[in-house]
Design a protein around this ligand. Structure first.
Ligand code: NAP
Ligand code: GDP
Length: 349
């Protein structure tokens, strides 16, 4: 059973489990738009059993857990965008914090043998107290999202220790993919670069803090780590990360290089711009609108425990990730363009 089946990780995890022969129950919330676009792109929509689910609706959580008594329950659903958590702090706390307690209570009551995975996050390290961050590093969250996830993390540990629930927490560092939401910085970058490349936009990409550093891996590698956690004899907490960190500016540069731009940087602070050396065109500029009330300046994780105990290792490199993401966005726009041209030809225009 997977909550957040329509999100980035939900799709990759479902595909991973289906390939292993699992029966997958995907929990989603109703939406007015195409909720299942990622599952369709993965080609697995018809292989998943879908059920309505809302993190804040205790009754439906109980009903679903009682009905299926799942062997493994992956809780991936969350209001996952840090920046939005300052706009919706109360909702974020309820969904990302209390929602997890609802699930744990339902498991405790109706299916205590279910193995539970909680999507904890490196955002809990926030203003980092140690470099690199590992399972024992003290937490210092810097956003309502980080605070809510910290409650969820500790309540999962607490249910493990109090009631013997097989609750695992994966403290995952940023992981991205062509399926990442466009509000997150990596996908915002690759989507805009693809449009610039195909001349679908002329305006530069506007970003906030270019100096923040993140430890970025590929979601495909990380869902394997989630599964490995639930295959161990004992439940535990593990960091999944690459051990490398790069500033946002570097991701822009690398993704731009992968689609033929050669960026040189000029100016400082809010006046910094990135110019394509070949065309002299401004590709990137800073817009303070995207600065955050409190920033997580540096994340870099130590994945040694997961490597040693789970035998987990990321396979996709940072450079490959940048290239894969930008290439996929270019392909998507090219295919939309060719559909559009086809329609125009058919219409005789
Ligand atoms: P995502 O793409 O934003 O997906 C979030 C999922 O949660 C979506 O399916 C969303 O449904 C669902 N959801 C949100 N609020 C809900 C609610 N109230 N009730 C039911 N479903 C709800 O996130 P992701 O990148 O796959 O991340 C998966 C999990 O890992 C999240 O918990 C995230 O916080 C955590 N995490 C992610 C990263 C990362 O770098 N990706 C790192 C550490 C931890 P809709 O499609 O309807 O919006
Ligand atoms: P997060 O690490 O979960 O907050 O993932 P994001 O991809 O949303 O943000 C990563 C970092 O990129 C943060 O330090 C942001 O401040 C920084 N950043 C800089 N410009 C932008 C932007 O335009 N959008 C987003 N989402 N983040 C930005």
């Amino acid at each position: 059973m997977i909550t957040g089946i329509t999100g980035q990780d939900g799709g990759y995890l479902a595909k991973f489990l289906l390939d292993k022969g699992y029966r997958v129950i995907g929990l989603y919330r109703r939406g007015a738009t195409d909720t299942f676009s990622k599952l369709k792109e993965h080609g697995i929509l018809d292989k998943i059993e879908l059920e309505d689910f809302e993190l804040l609706e205790f009754s439906n959580i109980c009903r679903l857990i009682k009905k299926y008594k799942p062997d493994e329950f992956y809780n991936l659903a969350a209001q996952s965008f840090v920046a939005a958590s300052w706009q919706e702090p109360i909702y974020t706390a309820q969904a990302d914090g209390m929602g997890v307690l609802y699930i744990l209570e339902a498991i405790r009551e109706f299916s205590p043998k279910t193995k539970f995975y909680q999507a904890s996050t490196s955002e809990m390290f926030g203003k980092v107290q140690e470099i690199p961050q590992k399972e024992t590093t003290p937490f210092y969250p810097r956003s309502p999202y980080g605070c809510a996830k910290l409650f969820a993390h500790w309540i999962s540990v607490n249910y493990r220790e109090s009631f013997g629930i097989f609750a695992c927490c994966g403290i995952l560092f940023n992981h991205e993919s062509p399926m990442r939401g466009k509000e997150f910085v990596t996908r915002k970058i690759t989507d805009h670069l693809a449009k610039l490349k195909l001349n679908l936009v002329q305006k530069p990409l506007e970003l906030g803090n270019l100096n923040a550093k993140r430890d970025w891996g590929h979601a495909l590698d990380y869902v394997e780590g989630m599964w490995l956690m639930l295959q161990q004899e004992k439940p535990d907490t593990y960091v999944l990360s690459t051990g490398e960190t790069h500033p946002i500016r570097d991701f822009v540069q690398e993704a731009a290089r992968a689609c033929g731009f050669d960026i040189i940087w000029q100016g400082d602070g809010i006046d910094e711009i990135g110019i394509d050396r070949n065309t002299n065109k401004t590709i990137v500029k800073v817009n303070p609108k995207f600065f955050r009330p409190a920033e997580v300046e540096l994340l870099v994780g130590d994945p040694s425990k997961a490597q040693e105990i789970l035998g987990w290792k990321r396979k996709i490199s940072y450079k490959e990730l940048c290239r894969l993401m930008v290439e996929e966005d270019i392909k998507r726009y090219e295919s939309k363009l060719s559909d559009y041209m086809g329609v125009m030809v058919e219409a005789g225009k």
